[in-house]
Design a protein around this ligand. Structure first.
Ligand SMILES: CC(C)(COP(=O)(O)OP(=O)(O)OC[C@H]1O[C@@H](n2cnc3c(N)ncnc32)[C@H](O)[C@@H]1OP(=O)(O)O)[C@@H](O)C(=O)NCCC(=O)NCCS
Length: 188
């Protein structure tokens, strides 16, 4: 399973490789990119990039699959799952280079990983969350067919150390099946 490769109309989704350090450094060293991701250090140094790539290569794929998103041969971001095998659910994460925002790349990549995740791990649900102010990310979750399930009040600290609300979104397996796999005769 480690070597999983997925293809979409525009993208190649593949495991990380040693050679990814340079391009990871380029797009992750960006305060605007990391605005709603306080765990990503800024400035993002070469050592941070090396650690990031090594972690993605070494973490157990069956629990933390992290796909590098490649567009025209260039690393532009990640889509990842954190699989909770006991509960048959997984958390979805995504992040792409600021150069590529607004072209539907994240939904395209995430759709492929969601389909792979439901099928590979026999999941009942995939969920995601973000800072309540992060409209772009909320829009991605909506476009993926996820439902806003609730808001955790004052749930995390942002980059400025301010306490912020976290919005929770979820996609049940039957909802995904209804949209991703319509029956061949179109009756549904
Ligand atoms: C959030 C993020 C993943 C969105 O990815 P994307 O590939 O740009 O997604 P989309 O192209 O579908 O755009 C999503 C929405 O963002 C908005 N948007 C797009 N480009 C924008 C821009 N340049 N400035 C402001 N808003 C923009 C649009 O409202 C769009 O929705 P629409 O298609 O209905 O108009 C991306 O901005 C990102 O990686 N940000 C940094 C990392 C991050 O915050 N990850 C999410 C953590 S929860």
């Amino acid at each position: 399973m480690r070597g999983t490769i997925l293809r979409t109309e525009r993208l190649l989704l593949r495991p990380f490789e040693k050679d990814d350090v340079e391009e990871a450094l380029k797009y992750r060293n960006d305060m605007e990119f990391a605005r709603f991701l306080p765990h990503i250090p800024q400035p993002f140094t070469r050592a941070d990039a090396e650690r990031f790539v090594t972690t993605n290569m070494e973490e157990p794929w069956e629990k933390y699959p992290t796909f590098a998103i490649e567009l025209d041969g260039q690393l532009v971001g990640t889509v990842n799952l954190e699989v909770d095998a006991n509960n048959k659910i997984a958390m979805l994460g995504y992040a792409i280079s600021r150069d590529q925002w607004g072209q539907g790349i994240t939904p395209e990549a995430a759709r492929a990983v969601i389909a792979w995740g439901f099928q590979t791990f026999d999941l009942a649900k995939i969920w995601a969350s973000t800072d309540a102010r992060h409209q772009r990310s909320r829009r991605v979750m909506e476009k993926l067919g996820m439902q806003h399930e609730g808001t955790l009040r004052a749930h995390h600290l942002d980059r400025a150390g301010l306490r912020m609300d976290e919005v929770m979104y979820g996609l049940l397996r039957e909802e995904w099946e209804a949209t991703a796999n319509p029956p061949p005769d179109g009756s549904n």
